[in-house]
Design a protein around this ligand. Structure first.
Ligand SMILES: [Zn+2]
Length: 61
């Protein structure tokens, strides 16, 4: 199953994260996955050094 998101917002992330390696905040989302817990898990890759981090965001409510 493919869940394609063509909408690409230019809005900055509500919760900015900094790369633990180089400290930059330019991350590219590799994929977004919704977990049964009701949260959204995003895997991001630093555009500067390539460091990958995974963030989990909870939806309001
Ligand atoms: Zn980095």
């Amino acid at each position: 199953m493919s869940e394609t998101t063509t909408t690409r917002k230019r809005d900055p992330e509500p919760r900015g994260i900094l790369c633990p390696k180089c400290g930059c905040a330019h991350f590219e989302v590799i994929y977004t996955r919704r977990i049964p817990d009701g949260a959204i898990r995003r895997r991001r890759e630093c555009r500067h050094c390539g460091r990958r981090v995974t963030t989990t965001e909870r939806m309001g409510g």
